[in-house]
Design a binder for this molecule. Structure first.
Ligand code: FES
Ligand code: FES
Length: 158
């Protein structure tokens, strides 16, 4: 299969990549760039474990073909913490016992980040809508909703 060349930004780093046209963004991140924080669950857009931000909007990376990110900006869960310092949203998940097995957590965090970047004071209903595409088999969701609602994220902290 003939490869295609794309130029993209992942976590504010610019890449020129030669890829197969049928590669998904999820596979590109995990297998080509080694960014395994983004999880692979269903691969059919059902679980949300693979959620990343594309131009600031949460998307299921298993449903995006890698050539579609040509010229676009991708942010993954690896971008949230700065060194050893967790992002306030990550701290809030820990403080609210919202991380159990942790498989859904990266996707939850990225959906929550999309929400909070556009709405710093969401209602419980808005939070539940924002994470409605993210499945969690462990927590029952309430701790996750609480963690997002009682976060210490300010627009300045990002
Ligand atoms: S792995 Fe993408 S939605 Fe499940
Ligand atoms: S914490 Fe286990 S799936 Fe959500």
């Amino acid at each position: 299969m003939k490869k295609v060349t794309i130029h993209t930004s992942v976590n504010h780093k610019h890449y020129e990549l030669e890829i197969k046209p049928n590669l998904t963004l999820l596979s590109l991140l995990r297998e080509e760039l080694g960014l395994t924080g983004t999880k692979c669950g269903c691969e059919v857009g059902e679980c949300g474990a693979c959620t990343v931000l594309m131009n600031g909007k949460a998307v299921n990376s298993c449903l995006v073909l890698a050539p579609q990110i040509d010229g676009q900006e991708i942010v993954t869960v690896e971008e949230l913490a700065i060194g050893n310092k967790l992002h306030p949203l990550q701290e809030s998940f820990l403080n609210h016992d919202a991380v159990h097995c942790g498989f859904c957590t990266p996707g939850m965090l990225m959906s929550a980040k999309d929400l909070l970047d556009h709405n710093s004071n969401p209602t419980e209903e808005e939070i539940r809508t924002a994470i409605s595409g993210n499945l969690c088999r462990c927590s029952g969701y309430q701790q996750i909703v609480d963690a997002i609602q009682n976060n210490n994220v300010s627009p300045l902290k990002g």
